[in-house]
Design a protein around this ligand. Structure first.
Ligand code: UT7
Length: 329
């Protein structure tokens, strides 16, 4: 038995922060941001908006698109590193908002690789035979942990994401393989030091801006290209595939230059690579489901297409996944 994606949806908050807006608050330029990252604008949450609100919009769309009632969802997995609270989980808030009375669920912290971890986890529940319908949502509200005085990082990230419904199929369609990795020796290169049990919130920790995400961009860049390319090449090789067999490559959207370098190493031509970072920036666990949902809406995926996903993020975490696409099992 395989797990297959039967519906996709995405949502971003209304408010837009352009490169020109950022030029007014920090020493940066639209030219620098576009040429170094490919980003033009990003969406950010409004005052009373949080991750569970974005997830709820996605969850409602997923139910509607697949024609399911909320009672039919058995597990809700929310992939995020910017939950509304430490406790309760974002999954609990989403369950209540959609009235999924027969579900259980949890938050999954895999940073930018979160959605791949979530799909893998959901798929295993389905493959066990015990569950038939799992909702996996990847959303981050990165603006809530951005230091808008630090130009090295605040230009890169945005808010939003997407999700999918996973169901069982007895065909060979759906998720066909995955390679997932974690290596905590890279923890310090991309980290939010304050606010957790290591450094709980104090006046001192807040004054020293420990509650914002910090990144050594150059180091992460190198590991990201190598990490995503290695697992993408490995998954192609062990499935006897080459770049020519891939219909669409949806990589994590952290930097257009990282995507281009990864695609080149995997032998994937430009027309097969989905890049939407220009509109959204890096939405962490949100990038892949957001791009996947846009690809589906744009009619870029046909029955039987082989889809390659790849991600890299804080942890470090990284991974790749192969999906044989079908919309209706
Ligand atoms: O999703 C999680 C994974 N994250 C990533 O994959 C991100 C990986 N890293 C990157 O995408 C890139 O390293 C960055 C976009 C963060 C930076 O690009 P870069 O080409 O590596 O630039 P750099 O760090 O070498 O900085 C070059 C210069 C520096 O000035 P000096 O020291 O050469 O005078 C920076 O101070 O650009 C300067 N700079 C900026 N200038 C204008 C850094 N940020 C900015 C900015 N605007 N926003």
């Amino acid at each position: 038995m395989n797990a297959t994606i039967t519906a996709t949806a995405h949502y971003v908050p209304e408010k837009i922060l352009t490169n020109h807006d950022l030029e007014k608050i920090i020493d940066t330029s639209d030219e620098w941001i576009q040429s170094r990252t490919g980003i033009t604008q990003r969406h950010i949450v409004g005052k009373n908006e949080a991750t569970s609100d974005l997830c709820t919009q996605i969850a409602k769309q997923l139910l509607e698109k697949r024609g399911l009632s909320s009672d039919e969802i058995q597990i809700i997995i929310i992939c995020t590193c910017t939950p509304d609270y430490f406790a309760p989980s974002t999954a609990a808030l989403v369950q209540n908002n959609i009235g999924a009375s027969k579900a259980w669920g949890f938050d999954l912290s895999g940073a930018c690789t979160g959605f791949l971890y979530g799909l893998e986890t959901g798929a295993k529940f389905i493959e066990s035979g015990q569950y038939q319908r799992v909702m996996v949502i990847g959303v981050d509200s990165m603006s809530t942990i951005m230091d808008y005085t630090d130009r090295n990082i605040c230009v890169l990230f945005g808010d939003g994401g997407g999700g999918a419904i996973l169901e069982s199929t007895i065909t060979e369609m759906g998720i066909i393989d995955s390679i997932l990795r974690i290596d905590g020796s890279g923890a310090d290169y991309l980290i939010m030091p304050g606010g957790g049990s290591r450094q709980p919130a104090t006046v001192k920790s807040i004054k020293s801006r420990q509650h914002y995400l910090k990144q050594d961009g150059k180091t992460v860049y190198k590991f990201a290209v190598k990490g995503m390319a290695d697992v993408s090449k490995d998954i192609l090789t062990r499935n006897n595939l080459t770049g020519d067999d891939i219909s669409l490559f949806i990589p994590h959207q952290a930097n257009k230059r990282i995507i281009d370098a990864t695609a080149a190493r995997c032998g994937l031509s430009e027309d097969k690579v989905l890049i939407n970072i220009g509109k959204y920036g890096n939405t962490t666990a949100g990038t892949i489901p957001l791009a996947l949902s846009e690809a589906v809406d744009d009619g870029r995926l046909n029955n039987g297409n082989i889809l390659l996903l790849a991600a890299f993020g804080a942890g470090f975490t990284w991974g790749s996944m192969l999906i044989k696409w079908n919309t209706h099992p």
